[in-house]
Ligand binder design. Structure first.
Ligand code: T4K
Length: 409
């Protein structure tokens, strides 16, 4: 890492040396104890049992269920397949209400099964699906609501449950971001018909690729177990249409190892979060999304909103300046699912009903955190944001003139 930058001319986007020699990523995986993982992998190889509900997967499911305080956890090969199976197993069809401000997998898991995702706006303070808007989108074709616990914050579960009960809809949650988080003190995983986790490498807790469905409904859990294994009950008997959603033993080995370090991951993330809060406080036009102190959370997402009117430089130029420094900040979930295909073609005017999503997608930046970075990197990252925004108008002009200047050959 080169020394902290104090003058606009030192910015890499102006031709200065990048702050970091190697890229600093948003989604750097949190890793548990390497020795414990390798021992488990050796055990797995000795056993020659690599997939299909092996002993590590069974142990993993039991440990996750105990951690969440939920009756059933069904491990999966990834969060997207978990969503698809949960959607199918709960019988969703027709139209399902989802936020547009989410990772594209939430919408695709529905559309993949020819269910129409009906995009709902969000509460601009929390970035979560707005229950008042949900009510307005219900039609005779609506069969369910998929809430997303974005950034690990819980949706307004009570309001959504009431709507679902009153209108006879199935409620489930995409909890891809929310493993280890709570709603009113109870762990996420216990709400709606089912909740779906992602254990992708970039998540707070990972199994390389992986996911799980958590539910307290025994009949639903049994159905999901069949569906994730082609519908097989016994050797030669298929009872449902199914697919292959199985988690491998090596993924479960990674998961069992990671579970042993959850407290360390959270503590590291919490310190990073506090440092970011301190460093970013008082930067005009930059607001960091606060964690709710009343809930358990993993501090996995450092999310800022940039008010261009105040910074006098666009969010995209700030991101460009960060990338030039090798700080790979991301614009999750720009531009919103409704502006991506096939939804953009299906509903070209959806944005008119999604003003908060449209606004937020223009100002969001997600910054790197996780166990791969610490206070020095955070101070340096925030230093760049401070420098760029303090001289917003000037940096913007200089960047524009460099862009329009003819290339030197
Ligand atoms: N629902 C929601 C709300 C989700 O956010 C997601 C996934 C899902 C459902 C679906 O769950 P999965 O089927 O994925 O289990 C990444 C992740 O691939 C995706 O899992 C995640 N959400 C999404 C928010 O982020 P990309 O396309 O942005 O990934 P990529 O390759 O650009 O990587 C992100 C950053 O992480 C890069 O800077 C590189 C770094 N990275 C990545 C990997 C894989 C590493 O440093 N090491 C790694 O091993 O989607």
């Amino acid at each position: 890492m080169s020394s902290v930058k104090t003058h606009v001319s030192q910015l890499a986007v102006m031709g200065g040396t990048p702050l970091f020699d190697a890229p600093i990523h948003v989604g750097r995986p949190n890793l548990g104890d390497r020795g414990r993982l390798l021992a488990r992998i050796n055990e797995m190889l000795d056993r020659r049992w690599l997939s299909n509900n092996g002993p590590f997967v069974q142990e993993f499911e039991a440990k996750v269920a105990a951690f969440l305080g939920v009756r059933h956890c069904i491990a999966m090969c990834n969060g997207t397949i978990a969503l698809e199976i949960a959607i199918r197993a709960t019988g969703l069809r027709g139209e399902v209400i989802v936020p547009s401000f989410t990772f594209i997998a939430t919408a695709h898991a529905l559309q993949w099964q020819e269910i129409t995702p009906v995009f709902c706006d969000i509460d601009p303070r929390t970035h979560l699906i707005d229950p008042a808007q949900v009510q307005r989108l219900i039609t005779p074709r609506t069969t369910g609501i998929v809430g997303v616990h974005t950034w690990g914050q819980p949706c307004d579960v009570e309001a959504l449950s009431q709507i679902a009960r009153r209108r006879n809809l199935t409620l489930m949650f995409d909890a891809a971001h929310a493993f280890g988080c709570s709603y009113r003190g109870k762990m996420i995983g216990n709400f709606g018909a089912a909740e779906i986790f992602s254990f992708h490498a970039t998540k707070f807790f990972n199994t390389f690729e992986g996911g799980a469905i958590a539910t307290n409904d025994g009949a639903l859990a049994a159905k999901i177990r069949l569906m994730k294994n082609f519908g097989f009950r016994g050797y030669d008997n298929v009872e449902y249409i199914g697919t292959n959603g199985k988690m491998t033993e090596i993924a479960a080995a990674m998961g069992l190892t990671g579970l042993e370090s959850l407290d360390d991951f959270i503590e590291h993330n919490r310190r990073n979060y506090v440092r970011y809060m301190d460093e970013l406080a008082g930067i005009p036009g930059v607001r960091m999304l606060p964690a709710n102190p009343a809930e358990r959370c993993t501090f996995q997402y450092i999310v800022i909103e940039v008010e261009e009117k105040v910074t006098e430089i666009e969010r995209d130029r700030i991101v460009q300046a960060l990338h030039a420094e090798n700080i790979l900040a991301r614009r999750y979930f720009y531009p919103g699912c409704h502006r991506m295909e096939p939804y953009r073609s299906f509903f070209p005017h959806a944005g008119l009903l999604l003003p908060e999503t449209e606004r937020l997608a223009q100002k969001i930046v997600v910054l790197p955190t996780g166990t791969a970075i610490g206070p020095d990197q955070i101070a340096a990252i925030c230093g760049v944001i401070r420098l760029v925004t303090a001289h917003g108008r000037e940096v913007r002009k200089l960047m524009a003139s460099r862009e329009s200047a003819p290339a030197v050959v």
